[in-house]
Ligand binder design. Structure first.
Ligand SMILES: Cc1cc2nc3c(=O)[nH]c(=O)nc-3n(C[C@H](O)[C@H](O)[C@H](O)COP(=O)(O)OP(=O)(O)OC[C@H]3O[C@@H](n4cnc5c(N)ncnc54)[C@H](O)[C@@H]3O)c2cc1C
Length: 493
């Protein structure tokens, strides 16, 4: 439905990809009115970003969609190398460490991108949100009080803030004049397609890999859990451009695998891409934020793009919520770029090295070690800091509270959490809907102390407990809240 008049909202989200949908869900549960403007008439239909990393599973758990995500997906199958129609042996692309109490999700968890988007969209609808399809943003102006976006139908939207979640070719980024610096990761183009094959033509227990041979580049055919589909990716090394028509896809399969063209019974979606790595020069321009592929594009190798994109949204959502609903200063929003731009730069470097065979998929691609230790929102007031323990800026691990409840269950929702681990100090009172307080006798990795965990699951402040004679939680917390502009959390005077 196209918009026909000037509409006023708190946040305009441009694009209903994984980034826009994740942000819309997060804002909806915070009661922040947002409009998601999507150019296309429906959600994206392809399987593109199909590998969900453990850290993103934790995010999806917090956003309330982990059950459908786990039900619809499956673990990545073991690779199977083929030559001349004969299996050559297994090839393990990922080591999947056991899950632990501190890290309950393993991965990557395979789920076609269209399904992830469907699940996020269903959650958004459940929370009372919506997407305005057939609604293209064509331009944007901003002033001190807000942003005015022009739509293709001639109408406009006025918002306090706007978020460009409109993908790698972001029209909003261009309208803002924000540059994107990068390089071609691979000069060779790729074909990517969702296909169905004749029953029995290819098993669904393996990720089938057909190594380069002669003029044909690397080809992979991966079963997509929860669907009868396979994702085909094929690198074109002979100088030709990928043909994305159904016939072109069938020809590519026949030329590169032991399957015949007729074995491909359906081509459900096909596209081509040339891997690039590029980073926007800024993630914030006035009242507009860049997130997801609009801010960074990666090689698909290592499965980082969608994951990094959803985590951008997750970093921005709670900050917008605090500013728009609770009166936190606008300067809090500067920490979005401060935290996410260096993180995206590291991801870019990692996926480029994986694409070029210079790095392996491993702990870094699982994204559980991402941290914001250098952020202005991270403060540790525990001298000396424990070796190897959780520090301010680190992801707060899962575990068990004194009540037996899971830590992640206590985190779930839009609030901060103050964890008192192995200590019973008198705690200051907070704004009850903004900070929940919990105690644990001991938590693996945390050590003794107080941990103020942000809504996105990172430790903002870590301080000494009340049994430490040098500890004065109230003073230390006050210092933290003042220096980070988070005083809205405080209810004491
Ligand atoms: C072959 C392939 C495999 C991949 N595999 C992985 C993987 O395993 N793991 C991973 O993490 N990532 C992977 N990725 C990357 C992943 O697909 C992207 O990072 C992800 O889609 C980014 O989401 P986004 O919401 O930022 O942008 P997009 O998904 O591009 O969504 C942008 C949306 O904005 C809309 N839009 C654009 N312009 C406008 C406008 N002017 N007005 C309104 N709406 C607009 C578009 O229609 C679109 O719906 C892969 C990518 C490819 C190509």
């Amino acid at each position: 439905m196209a918009l026909n008049s000037v509409k006023e909202v708190d946040v305009l989200i441009v694009g209903a990809g994984p980034t826009g949908l994740a942000l819309a869900v997060d804002l909806a549960r915070r009661g922040v009115p947002a409009l998601v403007a999507e150019r296309a008439p429906r959600l994206f239909p392809g399987s593109r970003g199909k590998g969900i990393q453990p850290r993103t599973l934790e995010v999806l758990d917090d956003l309330g969609v982990i059950d459908p995500v786990l039900a619809a997906g499956g673990p990545a199958p073991v690779g199977m190398l083929w030559a001349d129609g004969v299996r050559q042996g297994e090839h393990r692309m990922f080591d999947e460490p056991e899950t632990t109490e501190a890290a309950p999700y393993s991965g990557p968890w395979l789920l076609p991108q269209w399904r992830t988007q469907e699940i996020l969209y269903a959650r958004l609808t459940e929370l009372g949100g919506a997407v305005a399809f057939d609604t293209e943003v064509t331009g944007l102006d901003q002033d001190a009080a807000g942003v005015t976006a022009r739509l293709a139908d001639g109408s406009a939207v006025r918002a306090a803030y706007a978020v460009a979640a409109d993908g790698g070719r972001s029209a909003v980024r261009r309208a803002l004049g924000v540059g994107m610096t990068g390089e071609t990761v691979d000069p060779k183009p790729f074909l990517v397609a969702d296909i169905r094959v004749r029953e029995g033509a290819l098993d669904r227990d393996n990720w089938h890999i057909f190594p380069p041979s002669g003029d044909t580049g690397l080809t992979a055919v991966c079963p997509l859990p929860g669907t009868p589909d396979f994702q085909l990716t094929a690198r074109f090394t002979d100088g030709s451009a990928p043909d994305t028509s159904p016939d072109g896809v069938r020809k590519a399969v026949a030329a590169r695998t032991h399957l015949a063209a007729e074995d491909v019974t359906e081509v459900r979606w096909a596209s081509d891409f040339r891997p690039r790595a590029a980073l926007a020069d800024r993630f914030r321009a006035g009242r507009v934020f860049l997130a997801g592929d609009a801010a960074h594009v990666h090689s698909p190798a290592g499965g980082q793009g969608l994951n990094t994109s959803v985590q951008d949204a997750y970093n921005l959502g709670w900050k917008l919520g605090l500013v728009l609903r609770h009166g936190a200063p606008d300067a809090l929003l500067d920490t979005y770029e401060e935290e996410r731009l260096p993180n995206a730069a590291r991801m870019l470097d990692l996926s480029t090295r994986i694409h070029r065979g210079q790095a392996r998929r491993g702990a870094a691609t699982r994204q559980l070690g991402l941290e914001y230790q250098d952020s202005s929102l991270s403060l540790d007031t525990r001298p000396p800091l424990p070796e190897g323990g959780v520090r301010a800026g680190d992801r707060a691990p899962d575990g068990r509270l004194a009540t037996g409840r899971r830590v992640f269950d206590a985190f779930r929702g839009p609030h901060f959490t103050l964890l008192a681990v192995g200590t019973q100090p008198e705690l200051p009172s907070f704004e009850a809907d903004l900070v929940h307080v919990h105690r644990a006798d001991a938590l693996d990795g945390y050590g003794e102390g107080l941990f103020l965990v942000r809504p996105d699951g990172y430790v903002g402040w870590a301080g000494r407990g009340g049994t430490d004679p040098r500890g004065n939680p109230q003073e230390d917390l006050q210092k933290y809240l003042t220096s980070t502009k988070l005083e809205v959390l405080r209810s004491w005077s």
